[in-house]
Design a protein around this ligand. Sequence first.
Ligand SMILES: [Zn+2]
Length: 337
Amino acid sequence: MLVDVTGTPDFTARPKVELHVHLDCSLTRRALHRLGNPIGEAEFRRVFTAPERCDSLMDYLRAIGPSCEALQTAPALAIAMDELLRALADDGVIYAEIRFAPHTHQRGGLGLDQVMAAVTEGLAEGEAATGIKAGLLLCALRDYPPDENLKVIELAHRWRDRGVVGVDLAGDEAGHPAAANRRVFDRAHELSLPVTAHAGEAAGPDSLREVMALIAPARIGHGVRAIESDDLLAEIKARNLHLEVCPSSNIQVGVFGDYASHPVDRMSRRGLSLSINTDARTVAPLTLSLEYRRLSAAFGWQTGEFLAHNLEAVRHAFLPEEAKAGLGARLIEGWGG
Ligand SMILES: [Zn+2]
């Protein structure tokens, strides 16, 4: 157990916003059932989730493999997205940005636009069934050739206003500097696509500085290793960069040794703009409500902190301003009581 949450409030009914969750790390058992795989709970946990604390990144990646394997057909992508929205709704999420790397779903022969057609079909079904709103972020991968990543940027441009709200840089941070993908994100900026980028998780302040200088994202996925440099923290704050923080995920892969030493509370107290996210709902396994209980148990977070960070998430969501106003009002109403 990462944190004993006994006695903490149940946050399920509270409205929440999630900006950082991966489709291929969040495949639900219900989706597998709908796809004809009658897998039981114990077997599902064994195959599709990683240990709470992984001994190596291999332990973690081993759990993502079967999900990726399952998401290579149009029906699988549509159903996985639909079921993820239902799981988000059950968790009290009212707006989510869901990310995936389209070019990793082509092993069954799908073209990139076919991948998008399937995912957006599931998105529409899930939104209609639950009433929640979600946007898609398409991931370029550090360990993929820039030319392949450029196709993802052009794809995001083609599917903008049909579900896509922005693009992301993901993949192996420690082994692949962001520099190789600079022109990929120059193109994203040229097309006015909102950009977020994973950094400051597997590598430290230098990697964050590189991404800020070369990729120029509006948000950073994780960014928690900025805690190693006061200057960097000050710069992130001065630039109004938003950090998508995923505490349990960081501990699972060993970025921090235990929950109590995670810097999220210190970063929050220093006034950085940050949101709380699951990263990988199935691989963890985790809900946002459980993550909030852990923050409540470990750092004493209460309504004030949770509401403030949800409002920051909305402020930095890749959404038109008029949509943000409605979400903000729902958050204030839902956390006010
Ligand atoms: Zn991530």
